[in-house]
Design a protein around this ligand. Structure first.
Ligand SMILES: C[S@@+](CC[C@H](N)C(=O)[O-])C[C@H]1O[C@@H](n2cnc3c(N)ncnc32)[C@H](O)[C@@H]1O
Length: 302
């Protein structure tokens, strides 16, 4: 229980605000267990030096860990942390800082629950001497607990013509539960899904890179945070982006009736975020229950 007055004060400081500063420092002023979802795309190693400085690939993990320690503290036990990141090529090889970071985050106490792949549908063609064009990014999912909030129905997708094509080729085993022949217990029952209009998506997300935001060199499309906000939060929940850039995560949260907190080290991007948010109606801004009980609803998860 938190007293109503102190809750009001805390909320007025960071709820639905874009805060200026280094997230590592700013987060120290935010109470434990404050956020339902952390969704962010930190600066990529050694890139975009011209705009906001890069971190050397060899120093990336060391740079990130004190920040993720604060993120672990401010995330609610039922919450989720989604990290949009992709290793760059250094001296002809993929650098391993993302892989090292995953291992260090696990040591820090995070559970590495899942890895989503963002397939960039519209990446432009090109020719490189020893590789093909980079067409995807990682969205690493970390949690504090195995039991976290997830609304899978919120991101169902139309089944399309898959069921029609599959129906034509339906075998005997498709009509019954087809347990794995190696005895793993894994089974499928395709016929169960044939008459559904909507099905669950996979962990590969197909989205265009267009973001309509030309004022920030590394903005992601609005649809990216929107998808994860729908999946991992409820209306009225609160979403943190500690590297908010042009404010995309805050816009997505607001449009979906969630609260946000953004942190950004450059003043020009704080201003840009605030201008993006102007005129967007906050639909469900309250996170506190009557009486100031700062609570998290119990949800049924696997
Ligand atoms: C990849 S961009 C994020 C872009 C954002 N997703 C968007 O859609 O606009 C990373 C942002 O983190 C900011 N940044 C870098 N270091 C930071 C720090 N220590 N604390 C807070 N923000 C930081 C940069 O200025 C940059 O705007």
């Amino acid at each position: 229980m938190v007293r109503k007055e102190s809750l009001d004060m805390m909320q007025s400081h960071y709820v639905n605000r874009i805060l200026l500063g280094d997230c590592e420092q700013v987060l120290k002023f935010i109470p434990d267990d404050s956020f339902d979802l952390i969704f962010t795309s930190p600066p990529y190693a050694d890139q975009r030096k011209s705009t906001y400085g890069g971190i050397k690939p060899d120093e990336y993990v060391e740079w990130f860990l004190p920040k993720s320690a604060e993120l672990l503290r401010v995330l609610k036990p039922t919450g989720t942390f989604i990290l949009n990141i992709k290793e760059r090529v250094v001296d002809g090889e993929r650098h391993t800082y993302v892989l090292q970071l995953i291992q260090e985050l696990r040591k820090q106490g995070w559970l590495w629950t899942e890895e989503f792949i963002w397939h960039k549908k519209n990446s432009h063609p090109g020719k490189w001497p020893n590789r093909f064009r980079d067409n995807w990014e990682r969205l690493l999912q970390f949690n504090k607990e195995k039991k976290f909030y997830m609304d899978q129905d919120a991101v169902k997708v139309p089944v399309g013509d898959w069921s029609q094509k599959r129906l034509l080729n339906l075998s005997e085993t498709d009509m019954m539960r087809d347990n794995s022949r190696v005895g793993s217990g894994f089974g499928k029952n395709v016929s169960n899904w044939l008459d559904r209009d909507m099905v669950y998506p996979s962990n590969v997300i197909h989205m265009a890179t267009e973001c309509g935001n030309k004022s920030h060199s590394a903005a992601f499309p609005l649809s990216l945070p929107s998808w994860f906000i729908k999946l991992f939060t409820k209306p009225g929940d609160i979403v943190l982006d500690p590297f908010i850039g042009s404010g995309t995560t805050a816009v997505a949260a607001t449009e979906l009736g969630r609260n946000y907190t953004g942190i950004e080290i450059l003043e020009e991007y704080v201003e840009l975020s605030n201008s993006q948010l102007e005129g967007i109606q906050i639909k469900i801004p309250m996170i506190a229950e009557e009486g100031g009980n700062y609570s998290v609803e119990e949800d049924e998860n696997d």
